[in-house]
Design a protein around this ligand. Structure first.
Ligand code: ATP
Ligand code: MG
Length: 420
């Protein structure tokens, strides 16, 4: 038997209503902050990710689904959303849009070849936002405010926002020099990846999952001490503004994030709910000031974050929060005879074309089984069609909640339901 590919899942109706609810809410919140949807292709030139995400990252080194198409082009299934959105900003010359920053969101599947774990899939859905075109601490704060509002709007409480500043490119270069000095004498005690990282992007050693408990990681120099005055001031403004909005956060000087392109504000949101499990990161993001120019784009800066619906669902589960179920259907038609079944088909067509949700039994079951089916489908009303009803073109419309019934003509049943 052929099974679903490893690390992917079918989202069945028992679960898909949750996704719909979450997606709707995310659209609403995006609207509140005036972010508009962008849809980019599911695959891109491999070069885009190699250049934008960075050759020293796990995503590019280990996790990409890369393939050659029949025209011998190297393409990659999108592993993250920022690079494609920035590509699109540059390609569509959005720096000339009247309104800056250009505020975009996406809600789309991402693909990474990862070891399957709870909360870690090879295809997962990210919601992400990007505000591109203006550098201002107020925008960093807007993005963080939106992030916190998203999680709070679902009733989540056990949230921990961790922030750091990576500084501007100058500060970052100074810091990287200090890290090389710090790690070089004992780099042979580190994993192979870190031995490469010290040459390509030393900051990423701080983010290593293998070496995170190494003494030298704990005693590493702090980014904060290498921030130049502008970078420090930027960070202080962001923090002051967060305080003003009563958004709680912790500063973690080791937070550098996985991608190569971050500058200034970097952040992650974790769940500290009991029972969430080993993976606690719900969302990550940050400012990327050098990215557009690095991609031959205009001298513009951006900030964004991405979260996955899969981990949001885990957080909801860990905090025992239930997503409201869909209301069910308006009408279920029970039938007693073949003629009644036939008439029900016609009636259903009329009901549905008038925007009334309705269904019937297709299995020729006994009345009792049909009633059970109506229950399962959460029908608000039912009617039973037999010989008498077909003769009189009338039926008892039964309110399933109150048990009340009213005798109405078929046309009036449609009218009544339409009014409700
Ligand atoms: P991690 O450290 O868990 O691997 P990451 O740094 O690779 O995360 P990002 O690239 O920042 O993650 O992606 C943003 C968010 O997307 C993460 O915080 C997480 O919620 C989610 N995410 C990342 N990878 C996966 C995955 N394989 N399956 C489900 N969700 C994921
Ligand atoms: Mg990862």
């Amino acid at each position: 038997m052929i099974q679903v590919p490893r690390g992917t899942q079918d989202i069945l109706p028992e679960e898909s209503y949750k996704w719909q609810y979450i997606e709707k809410k995310l659209h609403e919140i995006a609207k509140n902050y005036n972010y508009e949807e962008i849809r980019t292709p599911m695959f891109e030139s491999t070069d885009l990710f190699v250049r934008a995400v960075g050759g020293s990252t796990d995503i590019v080194n280990k996790e990409m689904y890369t393939f050659k198409d029949k025209g011998d082009r190297s393409l990659t299934l999108r592993p993250e959303g920022t690079a494609p959105v920035v590509r699109s900003y540059i390609e569509n010359k959005m720096q000339h849009n009247v309104e800056q920053p250009v505020k975009l969101f996406y809600l789309a599947p991402m693909f990474r070849y990862e070891r399957k774990q709870k909360g870690r899939y090879r295809q997962f859905v990210q919601f992400g936002v990007e505000a591109i075109g203006v550098e201002d601490p107020l925008i960093d704060v807007e993005v963080l405010s939106m992030l916190m509002n998203i999680y709070r709007s679902f009733g989540l409480k056990n949230l921990k926002l961790v922030i750091n500043s990576i500084g501007d490119i100058e500060s970052r270069n100074e810091y990287n020099k200090a890290l090389v000095e710090h790690f070089s004498p004992r780099i042979d005690e580190f994993c192979n990846d870190c031995q490469t990282r010290i040459n390509t992007n030393p900051m990423r050693i701080l983010d290593c999952k293998v070496d995170r408990d190494h003494e030298l990681v704990k005693t590493a120099p702090r980014m904060y001490d290498y921030l130049n005055d502008e970078s420090k001031a930027y960070f202080e403004t962001v923090k002051a503004k967060l305080d003003e909005l009563n958004i709680n956060y912790e500063v973690d000087y080791n937070l550098v994030r996985g991608l190569d392109y971050y500058t200034h504000t970097a952040f992650e949101l974790m769940s500290d709910a009991e029972g969430f499990g080993a993976i606690t990161t719900l969302c990550g993001g940050g400012r990327y000031n050098g990215l557009l120019e690095m991609m031959d784009g205009p001298d513009k800066t951006g900030i964004g974050f991405a979260l996955s619906i899969e981990r949001l669902l885990l957080a909801l589960e860990a905090e025992g929060i239930e997503i409201p179920k869909d209301k069910g259907i308006d009408l279920y038609i029970c039938t007693m005879t073949d003629e009644a079944r036939n008439a029900a088909g016609t009636l259903l067509h009329k009901l549905r074309s008038r925007n009334i949700s309705a269904d019937m039994d297709y299995e020729n079951r006994k009345l009792k089984a049909q009633m059970k089916d109506a229950d399962r489908k959460n029908a608000q009303y039912t009617i039973v069609l037999g010989e008498d009803e077909l003769d009189s073109r009338q039926a008892d419309l039964k309110n399933m909640e109150t048990g009340e019934t009213v005798k109405l003509s078929f046309d009036d049943i449609i009218n009544t339901l339409e009014e409700l």
